[in-house]
Design a protein around this ligand. Structure first.
Ligand code: ADP
Length: 449
């Protein structure tokens, strides 16, 4: 019923001279797993999904379904159901006929009524079965579209941003429903989204893509707590991680510090294993990553072990009800990972019509064309010049270089100088290529050897 999906070094190039929009992707998706493909628009997520569905040719590499080579298997032979962003219901069919349609195609002459009713019960849409799509709200239409996928009892669901056309409240609601349904059904699901909070709340594992290259795959907890590089760190988590340009100073016989422009973090002695890894960066620029929970407002005297003091000038306050996000100016330079969400300019290179493309396929192409985007690398390696990078125009920055969460009862005003404590246990440090140095990589060499 449910199946394993494996991609081995899979690449996709659209034209003979074109660049790879998916570049040697390897992923093993276990039977029954809910895997989310996450990345900014244009990074190749839909292309991967379409290659799994058989709607797009695989240029290089292998797709295995339950261990069997499947590159050339026609879409119908793959027994997978797709759910799209744009619902793609037939406007002249009732919900009942929309849900039953694929069943009638699969088994002509067999009345799909029983399965349609059972599916409608599961989704709580029995009352909508006799309505046409034009008589349904966006959320109801998406439920019918889900029903059409579920009724087929496929061995895998492929979902391409199925909730992005819905308003925020409905999105959260349907997100929970999708999660519950797919788990109940135990069917392997590959879910594409550019929304990190959706990915984190849905996925058993999340695979982060950037420019067609897999950056990291892991549980939501792992990609948040141990991002492999600065791109993953910046893409995952709200508010976005604070990324500051730092300089490691490790004088002989003196305390090791990371200078952050006008202030510095003094690393406590004896150095932890993690901080020892920084010694080789002496004199080099690094990127310091501090999630908002790594910094708290408190006086130096209140420091717990592992916390070091800095100060910040309040520049902006964002009241969120249950908490306040405080934007501080600490005199440091933000490090920028540009274009994390930049929309692509209108128009797209020669879209090839495949002979086997279906109506759904073409609808999908149109939807994708409206929302693709590109991904940038670090604007330029830090440390090459002294001039700070300004944030690109595509990512308007709020004031301040450090965002900290606090409770609404703390009274703060613009222009206040506030004492802060940085918890070094939550310190991320990335090298100039953006790779994580601290916390140390998974396999820390045994320094005793
Ligand atoms: P995502 O789903 O992450 O937004 P896509 O997989 O849709 O990204 O697209 C990845 C890249 O491939 C984009 O740069 C896009 O312009 C390009 N692309 C997608 N489809 C085609 C096509 N049919 N012809 C040429 N380029 C394409």
């Amino acid at each position: 019923m449910t199946r394993a999906i494996s991609l081995h070094d899979v690449s996709k190039t659209y034209s003979s001279k074109g660049t790879r929009v998916v570049d040697r992707l390897s992923l093993d998706i276990a039977p029954g797993e809910f895997l989310v493909l996450l990345g900014p628009s244009g990074c190749g997520k839909s292309t991967v999904l379409r290659m799994i569905a058989g709607l797009e040719e695989i240029t290089e590499g292998q797709l295995l379904l339950d261990g069997e080579y499947a590159n050339d298997l026609p879409p119908a032979g793959r027994d997978m159901a797709m759910v799209f962003q744009n619902f793609a219901l037939y406007p002249n069919m009732t919900s009942r006929d929309n849900i039953g349609f694929p069943l009638r195609i699969e088994s002509p002459g067999v009345d799909p009524g029983g399965r349609v009713d059972a599916t409608a019960r599961m989704l709580g849409i029995e009352d909508l079965l006799d309505r046409f799509p034009g008589q349904l709200s966006g959320g109801e239409r998406q439920r019918v579209a889900m029903g059409r996928a579920i009724a087929r009892h496929p061995s895998a669901f492929l979902m391409d941003e199925p909730l992005s056309n819905l308003d925020a409240k409905l999105r959260n609601h349907l997100r929970a429903e999708i999660s519950q349904l797919t788990r109940e059904l135990g069917v392997t699901t590959v879910y594409v989204t550019h929304d990190q909070s959706e990915a984190m709340s849905l996925g058993d594992r999340v695979a982060v893509l950037r420019s067609g290259v897999l950056q990291q795959v892991g549980t939501p907890r792992a990609v948040y707590a141990l991002p492999r590089n600065v791109f993953v760190a910046a893409f995952i988590g709200t508010p976005r991680i604070n990324l500051l340009r730092g300089l490691v100073r490790a004088p002989l016989g003196g305390a090791m510090t990371i200078s952050l422009g006008k202030q510095f973090l003094r690393l406590p002695e004896p150095l932890s294993l993690d901080h020892q890894m920084l010694r080789v960066q002496q004199g080099r620029e690094v990127i310091v990553g501090l999630r908002s929970e790594a910094v708290r407002i408190a006086k130096p005297a209140a420091a717990r072990p592992g916390e070091v003091p800095i100060t910040g000038l309040v520049e902006h306050l964002e009241f969120q009800g249950h908490e306040v996000l405080v934007h501080f100016n600490t005199g440091s330079q933000p490090a920028v990972v540009p274009d994390l969400e930049a929309p692509r300019p209108a128009g797209r290179p020669d879209r090839r019509r495949r002979r086997d493309s279906t109506v759904l396929d073409r609808l999908r192409e149109r939807a994708v064309a409206l929302r693709a985007g590109s991904v940038g690398v670090l604007e330029r390696p830090i440390g090459t010049t002294a001039a700070p990078e300004l944030a690109p125009a595509t990512e308007p920055r709020l004031p301040g270089d450090l965002v900290v969460r606090t409770t609404p009862d703390i009274q703060l005003r613009h222009g206040m100088q506030v004492p802060l404590l940085v918890d070094l246990a939550h310190l991320f440090v990335f090298d100039q290529d953006g790779d994580r140095i601290c916390p140390a990589p998974d396999h820390v060499p045994d320094l005793e050897e």
